[in-house]
Design a protein around this ligand. Sequence first.
Ligand code: MF3
Ligand code: CO
Length: 247
Amino acid sequence: MIKLKSIEEIGKIRESCQMLSETYRALIPMVSPGISTGELDRFANSYIRKLGGKPAFLGYMGYPAALCTSVNEEIIHGIPGKRILKEGDIVSLDLGINLDGYFSDRAVTVPVGTVSQELTRLLKVTEECLFLAIEQAVCHNRIKDISQAVFGHAKQHGYGVVREYCGHGVGFAPHEDPQVPNYVGRGPNPRLKAGMVIAIEPMINMGGDEIETLSDEWTVITADFKPSAHFEHTVAVFEDHTEILTL
Ligand code: MF3
Ligand code: CO
């Protein structure tokens, strides 16, 4: 069931999203060769609490950290720890905030120092997928318009598209209906309505579509070990425009 949000409720979700943007403004500059993923997680956790929020993912379905840190061939749900980031890596940072029961969700993939041209292109195209998708996320369009925008742009560049994980409704919980796939398949295809708040999150692989999950039961990687990128925004649909709440 899709839960529509009132203007007042979107206002609270916007506050949560702005807190998340502020956290990223502090967190992203910390990414550099030599820092551990655990340090990034500890920073994000304490920064959010200082601002008066709670990390939305810590404890969610048993997830053990505030932040997801997915390096290179890791796609999503990488668990922060002792791993040291090195020059030439890319790292996806995925984070959400619970502010008084209102949830935000955002992800970015960041280069560590200088990275190859190939990786730079993967990051650029994946972020373009996100913005092309957001352009389609307007009132009266359908979910598949979003999916098609991501899928078409990624495939035009010869990239793989993750099918097993999707974008989603968000706001009253970390994950709500509807699912927002990055590929065009069968399944529900609701029309977008004013009051819908969704997280759009292309996960794009330099190689094939296939994924595997590591024995930690969280970390999702590419089956061919080629690198993967992930960008996400929370957006609110209004009758006459769509607002990127996590900008
Ligand atoms: N950020 C992820 C998403 O966009 C959620 C992380 S789920 C958790 O859907 F279980 F790892 F917390
Ligand atoms: Co999400």
